[in-house]
Design a protein around this ligand. Structure first.
Ligand code: ZN
Ligand code: ZN
Length: 208
């Protein structure tokens, strides 16, 4: 089951120019089974998601991309918005008590500028990045970072023994599905999604 776990729409994410209704058509066209709406600090209302999904056969789930002082985190199974500055430790506690799942989004974005290489950081040192100690998984393929940045994330996940996820981080419709998470089992509900994320029964790929 192909699911793009990381998608932004307008106007909830002002940085995106995707109209939510466009997503259904495009998802069908490229063969996605579903996608997750992961706006910045805003959780969609369930009613609105149901209305958007209609009877198109494309599954739509909700996540939330939370900005922490240590970097962006995709959270699932958390039924509340988080406003203002939060640390990764605080977010970790909230997600844990809600029984949710957290993923460090594009953990090595900016690598080129502040680069692991330039700083002489080894893989071991990259693994010690603070945010990584307080999440359940790492986004090892993100559509908006460089190949190298994804590669470092992949190597770090492997070293830490974490099964990494993938998502497009689409802000424009043409990017939907550039990276997807491929789940072994059928996912019908958000509860299923949470269970399968926790189980690690997934790999990554692309729908493009
Ligand atoms: Zn982000
Ligand atoms: Zn994002």
């Amino acid at each position: 089951m192909l699911i793009d776990l990381h998608v932004h729409t307008s106007p909830r994410s002002p940085c995106s120019n995707i109209h939510p209704a466009e997503l259904i058509q495009e998802a069908k066209r490229i063969g996605l089974d579903g996608f997750c709406l992961t706006e910045h600090q805003v959780l969609w209302d369930w009613d609105e998601v149901v209305r958007l999904a209609g009877d198109n056969g494309i599954k739509i789930f909700r996540g939330n991309e939370i900005t922490t002082a240590q970097g962006d985190v995709l959270v699932f199974g958390l039924d509340q918005d988080i406003k203002g500055i939060i640390t990764i430790q605080e977010l970790h506690l909230i997600v844990q008590s809600a029984g949710g799942f957290s993923i460090a989004a594009h953990p090595f974005r900016g690598f080129k500028m502040f680069g692991v290489g330039q700083l002489g950081m080894t893989l071991d040192q990259a693994c010690k990045k603070k945010i990584l100690q307080f999440v359940d998984s790492i986004e090892i393929r993100n559509g908006r970072v460089t190949e190298k940045e994804n590669e470092v994330a992949g190597n770090v996940a492997e070293k830490l023994g974490l099964r990494g996820t993938a998502g497009s981080d689409a802000h424009e419709i043409g990017a939907l599905g550039t990276w997807v998470t491929i789940f072994e089992k059928d996912i019908e509900t958000e509860t299923d999604l949470l269970r399968e994320l926790k189980s690690g029964r997934f790999t990554i790929g692309s729908a493009r």
